[in-house]
Each structure stands twice: as structure tokens, then as C-alpha cells.
Design a protein around this ligand. Structure first.
Ligand code: NAD
Ligand code: TYD
Length: 357
């Protein structure tokens, strides 16, 4: 029997590496092709444990390169695409929005075109049966909540940052390809993730790294903004479930009903690290430093994931305190990973190894 070929884009990044690992380990009957440009956020060290697996292959490439994508699709005849490649950091989108438009919008449309062309050619007349294009998105497309309420799949899009606006545009294009060309798409919008292999420009790994190194922990504004945190491995399970059982044309919200004010979360991290590093309680909290607020800073995100729970039976497996302890333990045990990432060493090494094109 021919193995199915699944393309995962952005598989060397934070969430993508967890998704690649899950699919490689759980589905020996698939060939997993990980396509990643290896930007500053892409790190093949995130995948060392599975890099030699028989059903795994890494391809370095850019989703903004349409002809490269066409070639890739004609080589592998993909059965499915799980699209995570993106520029993902709000602060970077404020200083350089164009990169976000290129990768998140143009790159996504290139992928949609490559899938549509390849599948129409294979299945004359564009019968897309058994194919699937799964687009991974964020709850940030819905904008900002006040004190109460939750984002549902019917919440009107109202993005504020260049990052969330670029993700909203890509979501609309994915839906347009479904409605116009009948492409079999599914979309999920997830809340903030945390866990291992998270690039230390994002709040949780940045705070852990700074606390460990006795450096100031920057809190934007008053620290009163609220995020809804989900353990990354629970997100990977949700992606697996939606890829296999989600309905074409549908959107699923993913989240853990786990809202934290930034300042409370940072205080909790300080407490956990005081205990783990053997510091007197209250030591790490002295590193908290209030800094200028982020421009256009969304106040509150909170996801209602009841559709996914009801229709596909997914629910988060971990309580936040447990997940956070596990995450802190991982960073303490993987200091070398953090040192390499913060020094940029991994990029030099892997760029040299894979700069084949
Ligand atoms: P990340 O920044 O850690 O990883 C992104 C990956 O995409 C990197 O490996 C990078 O090298 C690759 N990439 C970037 N531009 C590329 C290009 N032009 N061509 C090919 N590869 C490219 O991001 P993440 O946090 O893992 O997020 C993954 C996806 O999930 C994104 O689409 C993001 O919008 C979405 N998402 C993230 C979160 C979160 O909390 N991190 C929450 C919800 C949704
Ligand atoms: P971040 O991890 O960048 O995710 P996002 O902006 O996509 O939600 O930020 C999470 C929250 O933490 C957000 O409200 C901004 C805030 N924040 C800080 O207070 N200090 C920091 O150094 C960073 C990176 C974020």
C-alpha cells in the first residue's frame, strides 16, 4: 500500500515541532515532510529525537516561493497539508509588518494555489475527495474582549496588530478557496500556547530565561492584560483530531479555559523558580520591571472551545499549574538549548548544513 504524504509547514518552529513529532510517532503509515525556511524561529534542534525516523523528511524552503512549492507538490503528491509556517510575534509585526504580509498572507495563498493545482491535476475535474488543507490560526483574529465573554467560532473578526491582521487575511483566503474552488479546508483558531521549545521572545520562555539569569523581567503596561494559556502538546492533540475528524469548511476554536493576568502569571513563575533554584521566596519577583506598553495591546483573549469538545471529543489534558511546572523543569534541564537559541548558534550550524538550494 502506498503511504500517504503529509506536508507540515513550519515544523521546525515551536508548535510545528510538537505537531511533527506527534505525527511521526503516531502514524508510521504516513510520510511526514516538514517544510521550513529556518528563519530565526525555526530550529531543527527541536526535532533531534525524530530526525532519523524512516517516515520523516526535512525540506528547507520558503512558502513565498511559488515555483518551489509547485515542484515540491509534483515530487510528493501530498494527500494533506497542515500549515503552521508563519511570522508569529506581535512585537516584530509592529516593527516590520511587510514580512508578516509576505509569509502569512502571500505564503498561504501560494500554498493554497499549489494544493489546488496539484490536486486538480491528479483528480481530473478537481474532485478533492480524501485531500485536506488544514490552516492553523490564532484567536487574535477576533480582537480584544472586555472583562467578560468568550470568542466563539461566530465572533466577528476584529484584528488589531499587523500579526493578527495578517493571520485574519490568511484565514479569509483559506475560506475563499473553499467557497470558490471547493478546496477541502479546515481552520482552527487557538489561544496562547506554552511548553518546551518555545522561542524566548514570547512571554513565558523569556521570563523563565531572564529569571534564571537574574535579568529584568519586562512587564508591558500595568501587566493587566489577560491571555488564555494552553499546553502546546494539548494543541498538537487537537490538531491531530481536527486533521482526521474535522468537517470540511469548518472552523474550530481551541483553548483551555485558562485565563491569567500577565502579572499574576509572572508572579507565579517567580515563585516556582524561587523554589526550584533554592532562592528565598520573593527573590525573583524583584526582577519584575514595568516597561512601556505595547502599541495597540489587546486587553483580553478567552476562547470558548465547546464546539471542538462537543463535536470531536477533544479536551485539554493538563491543569495549568502542572503544565507550567513541567515547562519550567524542561527549560532547567535544557539550558544548552536555551543558550544556543539566545546566542544564535543553532542558526549558523543548521544554515550551513541545509543551505542546499
Ligand atoms: P514559530 O514562530 O515558533 O514558528 C514558525 C515557523 O515557521 C518557524 O520554524 C519558521 O522558520 C517557519 N517559517 C517562517 N516563515 C516561513 C516561510 N516563509 N516559509 C517556510 N517556513 C517559514 O511559530 P509558532 O508559535 O510555532 O506558531 C505556529 C503557527 O501557529 C503560526 O501559524 C501561528 O500563527 C499559530 N498560532 C500560534 C500560537 C502561539 O501561541 N504560539 C497560538 C495560536 C496559533
Ligand atoms: P506574547 O508571548 O508576545 O504573546 P501574544 O502577544 O501573542 O499574546 O505576549 C503575551 C502577553 O505578555 C501579552 O499581553 C504581552 C505581554 N508581554 C509582556 O508583558 N512582556 C514581555 O516581555 C512580552 C514578550 C510579552
Amino acid at each position: 500500500m502506498n503511504k500517504k504524504h503529509i506536508l507540515i509547514t513550519g515544523g521546525a518552529g515551536f508548535i510545528g515541532s510538537h505537531v511533527v513529532r506527534r505525527f511521526v510517532k503516531s502514524y508510521p503509515e504516513y510520510n511526514i515532510i516538514n517544510l521550513d525556511k529556518l528563519t530565526y524561529a525555526g530550529n531543527l534542534a527541536n526535532l533531534r529525537d525524530i530526525e532519523n525516523a524512516a517516515n520523516y523528511r526535512f525540506v528547507k524552503g520558503d512558502i513565498c516561493d511559488a515555483s518551489f512549492l509547485q515542484e515540491l507538490f509534483s515530487t510528493y503528491h501530498f494527500d494533506g497539508v497542515i500549515h503552521l509556517a508563519a511570522e508569529s510575534h506581535v512585537d516584530r509585526s509592529i516593527s516590520n509588518p511587510m514580512e508578516f504580509i509576505m509569509t502569512n498572507v502571500v505564503g498561504t495563498v501560494n500554498l493554497l494555489n499549489a494544493a489546488r493545482e496539484s490536486w486538480s491535476r491528479l483528480l481530473s475535474g478537481g474532485d478533492f475527495e480524501n485531500k485536506r488543507f488544514y490552516h492553523i490560526s490564532t484567536d487574535e483574529v477576533y480582537g480584544s474582549l472586555g472583562e467578560t465573554g468568550f470568542f466563539t467560532e461566530d465572533t466577528k473578526y476584529d484584528p488589531h496588530s499587523p500579526y493578527s491582521a495578517s493571520k485574519a487575511s490568511s484565514d479569509h483566503m483559506v475560506r475563499a478557496y473553499h467557497d470558490t474552488y471547493g478546496l477541502p479546508v479546515v481552520i482552527s483558531n487557538c489561544s496562547n500556547n506554552y511548553g518546551s521549545f518555545h522561542f524566548p521572545e514570547k512571554l513565558i520562555p523569556l521570563a523563565i530565561n531572564n529569571i534564571c539569569n537574574n535579568k529584568p523581567v519586562p512587564v508591558y503596561g500595568k501587566g493587566e492584560n489577560i491571555r488564555d494559556w494552553l499546553f502546546v502538546e494539548d494543541h498538537a492533540v487537537a490538531i491531530d483530531v481536527i486533521y482526521h475528524y474535522g468537517k470540511n469548511g469548518e472552523t474550530y476554536n481551541i483553548g483551555g479555559h485558562n485565563e491569567w493576568k500577565n502579572i499574576d502569571l509572572i508572579q507565579l513563575l517567580c515563585k516556582i523558580l524561587d523554589r526550584k533554584l533554592g532562592r528565598p521566596e520573593g527573590t525573583s519577583a524583584q526582577l519584575i520591571t514595568y516597561v512601556k506598553d505595547r502599541a495597540g495591546h489587546d486587553l483580553r483573549y478567552a476562547i470558548d472551545s465547546s464546539k471542538l469538545q462537543r463535536e470531536l471529543g477533544w479536551k485539554p489534558s493538563l491543569q495549568f499549574e502542572e503544565g507550567l511546572e513541567k515547562t519550567v523543569d524542561w527549560y532547567l534541564a535544557n539550558k544548552k538549548w536555551m543558550d544556543e537559541v539566545t546566542s544564535g548558534e543553532y542558526q549558523n550550524y543548521y544554515q550551513n548544513q541545509y543551505d542546499l538550494r
